[in-house]
Design a protein around this ligand. Sequence first.
Ligand code: SAJ
Length: 420
Amino acid sequence: MPDIQNITILGLGYIGLPTAALIASRGLKVLGVDTKEDVVKTVASGAIHISEPDLDGLVAKVVSSGALTTSTAPRPADVFIIAVPTPIDEDNRPDLSSVNAAVDSIVELLSPGNLVILESTSPIGTTEAIAKKISDRRPELQVGMNGKDNSAVHVAYCPERVLPGQILTELINNDRCIGGITPSCTRMAQRFYKMFVRGACVATTARAAELVKLTENAFRDTNIAFANELSLICDRFDINVWEVIDIANRHPRVNVLRPGPGVGGHCIAVDPWFIIDSAPDLARVMRTSREVNTNKTVRIIERAEALIDDHPYANIACCGLTFKANIDDLRESPAMEVALHLATKYGERIKVVEPNLKRLPDKLAKHGVGFMTIDEALHACEIAILLVDHDEFRMIPLASRRHLDVIDTRGIWQDMPART
Ligand code: SAJ
């Protein structure tokens, strides 16, 4: 294998930046590229623009040692990693414009011996489409498109699988799934990841690797949809859903996830659509799961409105805004959706508590809602809508919240009368 010294990473977001910092800390020279100038400047100064435990110290270290540099434009390298966003549009169809722009930006820089890796979550066939794009523009590189396994430039897919909040540990320890467009592409990518990954680097094809990533998140979405559906059934029969799940999960082959106010974040609420879009006639469970999870947010809003309308003079604490516990990320957050809806309808009666944000998001502030600590809200409010299971909320003793009428969407205040 050619000597690997220089890595160019396209995209300095939640995955690209930690990956860049980790690789740089292993003695390789890394250029981090982002189209946003403010991101490039922030990282160049040794700071970070996202919140992730321990990332600030690592970035500061590798920037000050010169191992990580940044730019808005890529430069020639031995390995190119594409870690750009792949969102869905209003019709729930994958938007690959950032991946295509990233490939366009490197295609003229490629030289024999290079390895191009896609890490972004992508529909089946994307890695092959990248290889074809490179092959069309640079036919002399023989990018695995001739049926022979003799590419001069290797192309592979290796999806990121890390959990926000634990990214640095999981980047090192999780198993990776690596699929090249030819077997030698797979082998070269495996050797590269082995330079910094402790987990197994499991080999497969590019298409299978793309579907593995989508499968992981679609499976979790479906399991959560099952839990959310169960929570509605339990409500109808006045049964405590948390108790049902806890006891059912004592069965050695059952593992139901937890109901909540819906599914948020940029992955689980989005990725199933990549499969549904590719095979709409077959992906029936996945589509229904998406609908069940989206509808759960609507049901929580309806329940909250019914409770609030029964108490016309009460103040209401909306506890939590982020898409899950102990992070500051609001992307696709169902908690935010509930709070926004209630803010629009009840204005200053709504008091938002979000210990992971320094200030109230503008779209809530414009409705005149309050922004409080949990202690202030416990004094000011008679109703609490618990939307995120932050540690700060788990720690509140029963005595401090006994006076509240509560809708607990996360099941962390189960010592109170059930009202999930
Ligand atoms: N949620 C529930 N009930 C549960 C678990 C989660 O309602 O029992 C909700 C959370 O509150 C949140 C959403 O689901 O709103 C997603 O949270 P998450 O912690 O399940 O996952 P993410 O989106 O933070 O990260 C996922 C992970 N995928 C899997 O666990 C299969 C992570 O490993 C992926 O790398 C990441 O997506 C990604 O980037 O694709």
